[in-house]
Design a protein around this ligand. Structure first.
Ligand code: ZN
Length: 202
């Protein structure tokens, strides 16, 4: 998803996140618990501003180990994530086969692919297997690019196909996770293919 080196965008988010640094532990825990209640029952785009705010607060809470200290009780529907014991709020990404679902608190795997509900695994697998070669085109080396008749066109076509696949994920696949998790997030962009959230219409 993102690289380790800090990009201008990372620095901007760090600046946004400073708003939460003024919250004391109790205030931060209550804000998170209340917001989890408001997130319940929906599949959320990763780009949604409410999710962006939640993620910033969640990462800070992870640093401060807020959930371990039990300052606030999250809504009962949220199970404890095995990775960091925060409430389980999984993120669905194109890397789902390798990385499973990702924790919004510690950014580690919170649900490995094998533990995704069995009735969803096949659909998720075929979606990811269709996505992967399209995404790979953005990472072709020079030799591969020169070998294509018209690389730019191929790249555009891949981006169009990925827009379609992300719409399928957002409309059809991810909402089915709500039978198993109170809320779920999906990555609604592909930065390598320059597919932006606004390109994906639901
Ligand atoms: Zn975690």
């Amino acid at each position: 998803m993102s690289t380790n080196s800090e990009s201008p965008l990372d620095r901007l988010w760090k600046e946004y996140g400073s708003a939460f640094r003024d919250f004391d532990d109790l205030t931060l825990a209550r804000w998170l618990a209340q917001t989890l209640g408001q997130l319940s029952g929906r599949a959320w785009r990763l780009s949604h501003p409410l999710l962006g705010a939640y993620r910033l607060a969640a990462q800070l809470a992870h640093e401060r180990q807020i959930w371990l200290k039990r300052f606030a009780t999250p809504p009962a529907a949220y199970r404890e994530a095995p990775c960091c014991r925060a409430p389980l709020l999984p993120l669905f990404t194109r890397d789902v086969l390798d990385s499973g679902l990702i924790c919004q608190h510690c950014s580690d795997t919170c649900v490995p692919f094998e533990e995704i509900p069995a009735e969803l695994q096949e659909e998720v697998r075929s979606w990811a297997q269709e996505y992967s070669p399209l995404h790979a085109i953005a990472h072709w080396d020079d030799a591969q690019r020169q070998g294509a008749a018209d690389y730019d066109r191929k790249l555009d076509e891949s981006a169009d196909d990925v827009e379609g696949l992300l719409a399928v994920a957002g409309k059809r696949i991810v909402p089915r996770f709500l039978e198993h998790y109170p809320a779920v997030v999906w990555e609604d962009q592909d930065e390598c293919l320059e597919v932006r959230p606004e390109d994906i219409e639901l």
